[in-house]
Design a protein. Structure first.
Length: 203
């Protein structure tokens, strides 16, 4: 069993970060997961990351549409506890975390299509070893409660197909603020938007 403190779209909010720190202190998660957009177009990016690093627990993060891959690649050398896992994986006990960041605006994601075979093979190997799988994305998959705005769906069809093909146990995503805190299912996969104040998830 792995206890996760997940959050997304804090956009540099000091209040949101205080709440996440408090939740981490009282709930004692094994790991934190951030589904991107921790800033407003990278304003104070390194300062925000430094604050998150001070929680002193492993933090997995993908970039959102307010951050770039180039900036996030600097994390490894600067912050001991923060792991940037876009197009990569991270194992903790018998839980495998797989990351895919950015996007959130297009139905078809050509970059995800290109990397999907690699990610599928990582997930398949984890399944064969009896591990649980958590997928971390910024944008939500198509046609769920998490991408529904005014009765129209705006999520990624490519991501939805990837989820249907690989069946992760949980997908943690964000991007659409109106759907903070909402959950849905794609077959047996739980899809969760934890929101900017964070949510404890057990897998």
């Amino acid at each position: 069993m792995t206890k996760i403190l997940a959050f997304s779209d804090t956009h540099g909010s000091k209040q949101a970060l205080r709440k996440i720190k408090h939740l981490s202190k009282i709930k004692k998660p094994d790991i934190l997961v951030c589904a991107g957009d921790i800033t407003v177009f990278e304003t104070r990016l390194m300062s925000v990351l430094s604050d998150i690093n001070k929680i002193n627990k492993p933090v997995l993060i993908v970039h959102g549409n307010h951050e770039s891959q180039k900036s996030f690649k600097k994390i490894k050398s600067r912050f001991k506890h923060i792991h940037y896992i876009h197009e990569k994986s991270f194992s903790l006990g018998n839980t495998l975390f797989v990351g895919y960041g950015g996007g959130g605006f297009d139905y078809i994601d050509k970059s995800l299509k290109k990397i999907s075979r690699k990610l599928e093979s990582i997930i398949k190997a984890a399944r064969q070893n009896g591990n649980r799988v958590v997928l971390i994305t910024h944008g939500p998959p198509y046609k769920t409660k998490l991408d529904n705005i005014k009765n129209e769906h705006s999520g990624s069809k490519t991501l939805r197909k990837f989820i249907e093909d690989t069946s992760p146990d949980i997908v943690i995503c964000g991007h659409i603020h109106e759907n903070f805190g909402k959950e849905d299912l794609i077959h047996k996969t739980r899809i969760i938007n934890p929101g900017h104040y964070g949510k404890i998830i057990v897998v």
